[in-house]
Design a protein. Structure first.
Length: 203
C-alpha cells in the first residue's frame, strides 16, 4: 500500500519533477522525453510520476505555468519599482524581460517556442500565461496615458515584444553573426521604436 505523503512532500516532489522536466524538455525536445526518463532522472520507479501528474502533457503545462508566473513576477516587480515615471518603468520592464530570458533560457523556450494544443485544458497555465502577457502592456498603457504615444497599447506591446523576442531566440539558436549579440540588437531597436511611436510637438 503506497505511503501517504504530506502536502509539503507532495509539493517538493512536484517541484523536483517540474525542474527535471523543464531541463529535459528544453534540451532533448518534447517528443524525445518519456515519463520513464523523467522517473529515471529523479531515481524513482517508472510509475511514480503518475501519482503527481496524469501524463506528460500535464507536466508540460505545469512547467510552463510556473515559468509564466516567474516571468510575470519579474516584470511586475520591475514595473512597481519605477511606476511613478512611465518612461523609466517601461525601460525597467524591458530590461527585466531580457534578463529573465537569459537567466532562464530553458523556461523561456518552453513558454514561447512551442505549441501546446491542449493549453486551454489547464486553467492554471491559461491564467499564468494571461498574467504574463498583461505585464507586457501595462507599462505601455501608462505611457499612452501620459501622452508619450497614441494608439492601441496591446498592438504596441506586441511590437515591443517582437523586438525583444526576435533577437533572444536568434541568440538561443546561434543564428546571430559574431559581434551582433541580442542585447546589442535590442539596444538599437528599442530607441528606434520609441522614436517611431513618440508623439511629436503639434504644428
Amino acid at each position: 500500500m503506497p505511503r501517504v505523503l504530506s502536502e509539503e512532500a507532495v509539493g517538493e516532489f512536484r517541484e523536483r519533477l517540474i525542474d527535471a522536466a523543464e531541463r529535459l524538455f528544453a534540451t532533448r525536445g518534447l517528443e524525445a522525453v518519456t515519463m520513464r526518463q523523467l522517473a529515471a532522472e529523479l531515481g524513482v520507479s517508472p510509475m511514480t510520476p503518475y501519482r503527481y501528474f496524469a501524463d506528460k502533457d500535464a507536466i508540460l503545462a505545469a512547467v510552463r505555468a510556473r515559468a509564466f508566473k516567474r516571468h510575470a513576477d519579474a516584470l511586475e516587480a520591475a514595473y512597481a519599482a519605477a511606476k511613478e515615471d512611465p518612461v523609466a518603468a517601461s525601460a525597467a520592464v524591458g530590461a527585466a524581460y531580457v534578463n529573465f530570458a537569459f537567466a532562464h533560457p530553458e523556461a523561456y523556450k518552453l513558454m514561447f517556442d512551442i505549441a501546446q494544443p491542449s493549453e486551454a485544458d489547464y486553467p492554471e497555465l491559461v491564467a499564468a500565461a494571461n498574467r504574463s502577457r498583461a505585464t507586457m502592456t501595462q507599462h505601455l498603457e501608462a505611457l499612452a496615458a501620459a501622452g508619450h504615444f497614441r494608439g492601441d497599447a496591446r498592438l504596441v506591446g506586441h511590437l515591443y515584444w517582437a523586438a525583444l523576442h526576435g533577437p533572444i531566440m536568434l541568440a538561443f539558436s546561434g543564428k546571430l553573426a559574431p559581434g551582433y549579440d541580442a542585447r546589442r540588437l535590442i539596444a538599437a531597436m528599442i530607441p528606434a521604436l520609441d522614436r517611431g511611436l513618440s508623439v511629436g510637438p503639434s504644428k
